[in-house]
Every structure is written in C-alpha cells, then in structure tokens.
Design a protein around this ligand. Sequence first.
Ligand code: GAP
Length: 513
Amino acid sequence: MAQEDVFKKIVSHCKEYGFVFPSSEIYDGLAAVYDYGQNGVELKNNIKEYWWKSMVLLHSNIVGIDASIFMHPTVWKASGHVDAFNDPLIDNRDSKKRYRADVLIEDQIAKYDEKIQKEVAKASKKFGEAFDEVKFRETNPRVLEHQQKRDALHARYTQAMQGPDLEGLKQIILDEGIADPISGTKNWTDVRQFNLMFSTEVGSTADGASRIYLRPETAQGIFVNYLNVQKTGRMKLPFGIAQIGKAFRNEIVARQFVFRMREFEQMEMQFFCKPGTEMEWFEYWKQHRMAWHKALGMGNDNYRFHDHEKLAHYANAATDIEFNMPFGFKEVEGIHSRTNYDLSQHEKFSGRQIKYFDPDTNESYTPFDVETSIGVDRMFLSVMCHSYTEEDLGNGSSRVVLRLPEALAPVKCAVLPLVNKDGLPEKAQEIADQLKFHFNTHIEVKDSIGKRYRRQDAIGTPFCVTVDGDTLKDNRVTLRSRDTMEQERVDVSSLRSIIEDRVSITSLLKKLQ
Ligand code: GAP
C-alpha cells in the first residue's frame, strides 16, 4: 500500500476510535486545529508524563514551571520574534491562494528525489537479486541528470534562504516553472515576509488596550523566570527548568494532520550552564534525548539526527531528532545550544541584572543555555504512525491493531465477561474495581468476545482479561496479550503485578538509567 494511503488510514482511524477529531467539527472544522478525544488525551498525557518524569524526577538539578501563555509584549521584541519570526510567502494571482515560498521549493526538490527513487525501483524490479543500487545511482545517466538538477536547486535554495533573499526565492520558483497546484498557473506575486505570531488585545477600551501575543514557543516563559527559579530554588549551575504548555503559530501551510498545527503543545527544557561547557551539555542532551525516544522500542532505525548547517544567529550548535513518518523522516524534536542570547536580550530590554554568581570562582556571568524542545503532537503522531498495523491472520480474517508502546497505551487492561449474565458482569466489575487504582482499566460487556477483542486491539489495549463460568469457581481468568494474541489462565490475584510490570511509566524510565 502506498505510504500516502497508509497515512490517510491512520487519520481516519484516529477519528473513528476517539483519538483525534477536527476542531469544531459540527461547523465543518477549523483548519490546522484539532481536538483530542477520549483515547487521544490518555495517550498524550502518558507521553507528557514520560517526558516530565524523565526530566524532573530523574534529574535532581531540573525543576518544572508552568508559565502563562500571555506575556509582556516586550518579551517578544527582546527574543527577536516580533522582527524575525517570519515565513516567506507568495500569492498566486489566479487562485488567490497563499503559499510558503520555501515549501513550494522544497516540494520541487522532493519531486527530483521521487524521480530518482522511481528509476531505482524500476531497475531493482528488472534486475532482481543482481541489482547493485550504489553502482546504479553512480552510473545511470537519467539518475545522474536528476541528481545534478536536484543538487543545483538545493544549493541555490539554501543560499536564498540565508538572507533571506526574497527576490532570489521568487526567481527560483519562476526558473523551475513551479505552478500553483490549484489554478495550474505561474502567475505569482513577489515574495513577502509574514509574521507567524497571533496577536490580540488586553484592556477594555480601544485607547487603553495594548497588543499582546499568544506565545509561539514556551521557552520564553522559562527565560523570564530564570532569576525567580534560581533564587527561590537556590539552584546551582548547571541546572534545568522544564515546562509543558501550549504554543501558537499562524502556520500558512498547515498540513499532515497534527504534524503542523496552529495551536500545539511543546515540552521544553532549558539547561543553564557555565559558558564554555555548553558543547559538553549539548552532546549530553543529544544522546540523552535520543535514548528517551529509543526506549519506547519503536525501532532504532526509525530515528536519525539532522545537524543544522545554517544556524540561527543566537545558536552555536543545533540538531533535530527526526522520525521516519509515512511521509518521510521529519523533525520531532530540536536540540539547540542557544548561548547566552536569550538571557542577555532580556537583561538589555528589561534593564534587570540577569546573572549567576558563581561561588566557586567568585565571578558573575550570564549562563549559557542548551534547549531540548519536543512537540507533543508530533510525538503523538510518530507513535500512532509506528503502531498502526493491518494484520492478515490467515483463514480469511484480518485485524487492525495499534501496537502502541505498552506504557503509552490509553487503556492498559479491558475486563470482559464472556456473557452478559450468570453473575459474570458482577465478577468482572469486582476485578476492574481492584485494578483501576493501579492503571487505566475498562470494562466492556456488549457484543461477542471476538468483536470486543478487535475493538481493544484497535485502540491498542495491551491486555484483555476474560471472565467465564469457571472464574466464579476457581478465581482464575484468561489473560490475552494484544501483540501475540496468546492466552493464558492466571489467578485474579496475580493480574496486577503481571500487568503493572509491563505497562507502567516506571518500566520505561528504568531503561534510561
Ligand atoms: N523553543 C524552540 C522551538 O520552538 P521549534 O523547532 O520551532 O523550536 C520545537 O519547535 C518543536 O515544536 C518542533 O520540533 C516540533 O515538534 C514542535 N512544533 C513546532 N511547530 C509546530 C507546529 N506548527 N505544529 C506542531 N508542532 C510544532
């Protein structure tokens, strides 16, 4: 099945099984805004718990905060967002649609990659086992021609983005003959910069009102609280401040479901350290964050680092952790060495001293900062994409199963009375009432047992417990595993420990030690 079709199936599965709904759907939705349903919110909360505990519980020198979404408008002047948080946009005069110029060009680069991939796939089919892909890529004239055009375009694009050179970007679009996907014409306006921050007003009268912004990143809430936390927590360098919260960006090209949204959630940690030690910490956090991802068991080959060639003016190192989504390797998390840029800017704009007095050296300095920043929604999407599986069970039957990392599953255990009579529902309720204090346990009585197993598979429940007539006599139940579908007979008293060992966030956290 084409990856595009797989992705469409994942999106509709998310809706059908209560993971993600389009926002305000009864009014036809709102572009690039989504709501999490009864299962989605549980999965999302588990991701957040895993992240929060890995930061705040496992590191004695990291504490958390929860800053407000609205902040003083000067924060965004100091951080550079008012002047420089822009996307280069271009309009098509015929369709009246607006596009990101950089995305149009990146799509064109991807088209060359697809052409190369098609040639490789065709040759691989023709030559079978004897096919030498490396040699083919190095010698096939059509592949070489596409590769040469692709590389030239990539080099021109990287150069134009550096200014950014807006005229240069438009010229690339014209030279490549890029047409509007809707009107099919090449009738483009000039490229203009467009600020991504949403703004609103505080104050009751138009005169007295002042323009404020919805934060486009949670990080600034940490920087402006650096002094508060350092002083009240008596924190010594190096130390970190972690935060989970909503961020807002007026994304023009909003696509790929929850991958790029206008309202999304970030989990960010700023690690403050002594100037000169930041590269050591950058390396530490790169490795530590990659280990966090890999502990979920979603396949080590599905992750890679993408080091930034072009650094933001405030950074001296930056990398992305990318995950292999159905639409290619994409950024899920960024790790940035942000130097002392943010704290120095806030010092300059607020007029307050934002320094650290080092008791070891008797000097005061502005700490350097290494940031780890991960999108909850992108993490959610990577987990869903990896877990969605269609399985052929032989003898003409099949199932859709979400092979979620067990600790992240919304429901950990479903208790199912074999029939809805003869005291079995009551016994099932009694078992669920014991387990519910330890992990999310559901009870389901309707439909055949087979249908109920399929429904639990579809939401990724790792364990089903079936209560039958014998249970009333011997206090034993059938425990079914989601992944293997194997069933074993166990005593009710052992259920908690068997299940908890596998599904707790603690079991994941232990892998990080
Ligand atoms: N404080 C640094 C910062 O905000 P970023 O690379 O712009 O850096 C960090 O964002 C992470 O936030 C990204 O890796 C991504 O997971 C998530 N993110 C950014 N924009 C997003 C959007 N429009 N929708 C969903 N997630 C987004």
